[in-house]
Design a protein around this ligand. Structure first.
Ligand SMILES: [Zn+2]
Length: 186
């Protein structure tokens, strides 16, 4: 079994064998490390330490923000460029719901592993925000694929919805960031 050590300065936890001269996270001398008993079981930790959810969420967040920027630029670009812009928006809009499904699925798995249940107040907030994000993404995809996207008023509606999607992504990230270090012992 690995012997865990924790940096007294920054709280970074690592295997004893991996510590060289300084803390890999904050750079203080290695003597600042103290023995640490990990409260989370090895099996759960193995999966949690892959950070699949925090990694996966970057895709829908980036897509939503990109779609916000592209549909914003589309208000100003010359007519000749609209065709290209519209194609890009269509592709990204069609992909967004799929990446969201992956993000939500890994999020539920992460929540279940971390806290044993996904009905805690903060996780409930995350689930509600995810659903708003997902419904918005479905409408964005439908507008991009089946409507006259860059014509008024569809373009304006699309643009406003990308703001909602981006806000959902940002708020989810803020709550998620707070939860990252929290794990239910056992
Ligand atoms: Zn440190």
């Amino acid at each position: 079994m690995a012997n865990f050590m924790r940096c007294k300065a920054c709280g970074f936890v690592t295997d004893q064998g991996k510590i060289k001269d300084v803390c890999p996270a904050c750079g203080v001398p290695a003597k600042m490390f103290e023995p640490y008993t990990h409260p989370v079981s090895l099996n759960r930790r193995k999966i949690l330490d892959l950070h699949t959810h925090p990694v996966m969420v970057h895709f829908p967040q980036a897509f939503a923000l990109t779609l916000f920027l592209l549909s914003f630029f589309a208000f100003f670009v010359p007519q000749a460029l609209l065709e290209t812009l519209s194609s890009t928006i269509k592709v990204l809009s069609a992909l967004l719901p799929f990446f969201l499904v992956a993000a939500i699925a890994t999020g539920l798995m992460d929540g279940k592993l971390r806290f044993r249940k996904v009905t805690t107040p903060l996780l409930k907030n995350k689930i509600i925000l995810s659903l708003v994000f997902f419904i918005t993404a479905i409408v964005l995809a439908a507008l991009a694929l089946f409507a006259q996207l860059l014509t008024f008023p569809i373009h304006l509606l699309y643009f406003l919805l990308t703001i909602i999607a981006s806000l959902c992504g940002a708020l989810l990230g803020l709550i998620g960031g707070k939860l990252l270090d929290a794990k239910f012992p056992g």
